[in-house]
Design a protein around this ligand. Sequence first.
Ligand code: 6PG
Length: 234
Amino acid sequence: MIKKVFDSADSAADALARFIINEISFTSGYFNMALSGGSTPARLFRVLAENYETEIDWKRVRLFWVDERCVPPDHKESNFRMTKETLLEKVNIQKANIFRIKGEDDPAGEAKRYEELIRSQVPFLGNLPSFDLVLLGMGEDGHTASIFPDQIRLMRSEKICHGALHPQSGQKRITLTGPVINNGKTVVFFLTGIGKREMLKNVLQRDNRFPASYINPAGGNLYFFLDTEANPED
Ligand code: 6PG
């Protein structure tokens, strides 16, 4: 596990953008990246689009999602919409390289479709597809992807993709599960703000009450890109 701490959320986002560019440059062929939603990644996506668009060979980048809210793609809570507005509309990426989760469709059917899509598009490492990079966030309740503390069994699911429920709002979600996340070559948590500090301390201590604690890529690398606010006192 490698922790990188930066003075501000902006400098953390810039460093992570450069890290991703470097990862892509060291990969031949397609670079399959699974993106999280929420608000934190928006900062990274804007930096990639506004500062580094020309440094990436977008023909080689293929984007998948770690999770999605079960809403239409133009809904204000759609992870795809957030990514479209902050990144996809600003860079020269082909539509054929964008594999969104169809939040507007029946969750069970879409989870099945998305799993089959990943199995057919993402190269395997062992008995599971392996993303080149998985970008994760973490909620203050210790959830990651859309795996919440009351659904921690999804960290051990045999399925690649599963329906989930937000415990407070009851919002239906579709999420990648623990094993396929942990089969990624590189898994990166991007966390900023004082609100994450306390829970991150628990997660770094592998407190098994919290889903983010189960992220531990077997053959891959685990990185935490943080600002100082999110960084627990050592
Ligand atoms: C989602 C995300 C989720 C997110 C955390 C943190 O769909 O909401 O995938 O796992 O990473 O909720 O969200 P913030 O970045 O908004 O704090």
